[in-house]
Design a protein around this ligand. Structure first.
Ligand code: TPP
Ligand code: MG
Length: 352
């Protein structure tokens, strides 16, 4: 009965229906040259080795506070951000942020020095793992409050539109954050004002110890923008070329002034949620199966070999990356801590 009367009211409603939303084309896997794929491989490997080293430094007690590693998810940041322009397009993410900074070409030494709380760190040693910024690169953090980066990213997109600077904002968040209310308030405004924003859900299957299926009524997260008319695309987040292809489709859509787009990147984190997570909510076999079947770095390596790259050349790259990471770790251990006076800088003391 109630349904019938609702239907009747809807029939007689004065508000005309908005026309159907146009959709972006199906993304194509990016056709990379050998050099381009090699560069993606190099960046993913840098993130992997950097994170492994960060895990070791944490174990040695050299990193304080929280530390969330990005191991397993490398293809997402590399594939997406390789399609953007650092310094023009802005990026914002949550606390699992080291990989996104490395993918934007930020110096590994100052990222590692931030982890060890040193003066030379990117936030002068006062932000740590979760709170890193580089306004020069238009990298706006680094946020510890789950989902908070989504309205902030929407605000960054508003700035791009207001200033007409041709940039867009890439706002990352997790599958857990995707259940937050502020995400949907942001979606509404972003679509209403046709803001240049790519919303990216990094669906690594877990929010701390809770799997997507246990927590989400709609587990196909790319559909989450539908009631706001934001088109969504689901992407293989373990394949850097699929990710890059989707990034191009999304970028073209947004830069053409068509408003936001939502990408769901299906990925997986190999390590615990943070360094203090014993990961009892899943089996070792589950993790191993993903590593064996879908590792993004192995995937790119096999493809490079098929393109004719020799084992020796790959070994050489691994050596180079290890040297960069070793140098970053040495620097992060030896460069001085901030002087006490730094406790009084970068602090808001006025009323506002
Ligand atoms: C508002 C808020 N609620 C809860 C937390 C505690 N918390 C930190 S991370 C996290 C899980 C988020 O998972 P997801 O969004 O999937 O991101 P992932 O860690 O997998 O990258 C939670 C609940 C928080 N930091 N902020
Ligand atoms: Mg998650």
């Amino acid at each position: 009965m109630a349904r019938a009367s609702t239907a009747k009211a809807a029939k007689g409603a004065a508000t005309p229906a908005t026309p159907n939303r146009e959709r972006p084309p199906e993304p194509q896997r990016f056709e990379a040259s050998k050099d381009q794929l090699l560069e993606f491989y190099r960046q993913m490997l840098l993130i992997r080795r950097f994170e492994e080293r960060a895990g070791q430094l944490y174990g040695l007690g050299l990193i304080g506070g929280f530390c969330h590693l990005y191991i397993g998810q490398e293809a997402v940041a590399v594939g997406l951000q390789s399609a953007l322009e650092p310094g023009k397009d802005s990026v914002i993410t949550g606390y699992r942020d080291h990989g996104h900074m490395l993918a934007y070409g930020i110096d590994p030494k100052i990222i590692m020095a931030e982890l060890t709380g040193r003066q030379a760190g990117i936030s002068r040693g006062k932000g740590g793992s979760m709170h890193m910024f580089s306004t020069e690169h238009k990298f706006y953090g680094g946020h510890g409050i789950v989902g908070a980066q989504v309205p902030l990213g929407t605000g960054l997109a508003f700035t791009h539109k207001y200033r007409n600077d041709g940039g867009l904002c890439l706002a990352y968040f997790g599958d857990g954050a995707a259940n937050q209310g502020q995400v949907y308030e942001s979606f509404n405004m972003a679509e209403l004002w046709k803001l240049p924003v790519i919303f990216v859900i990094e669906n690594n299957q877990y929010a701390m110890g809770t799997s997507v299926n246990r927590s989400s009524a709609e587990d196909q997260l790319y559909r989450r923008g539908e009631s706001f008319r934001i088109p969504g695309l689901q992407v293989d987040g373990m394949d850097v070329l699929a990710v890059r292809g989707a990034a191009e489709t999304a970028r073209e859509w947004v830069k053409a002034g068509k408003g936001p787009v939502l990408l769901e990147l299906k990925t997986y984190r190999y390590r615990g949620h943070s360094m203090s997570d014993p990961a009892k909510y899943r089996s070792r076999e589950e993790v191993q199966a993903v590593r064996d079947k879908s590792d993004p770095i192995e995937h790119a390596k096999r493809e490079l070999e098929a393109m004719g790259l020799k084992e020796d050349a790959l070994k050489e790259i691994d050596k180079e990356i290890r040297a960069i990471v070793a140098e970053a770790a040495d620097y992060a251990e030896s460069t001085p801590e901030p002087p006490e006076g730094e406790l009084y800088t970068d602090v808001v003391v006025d009323t506002y």
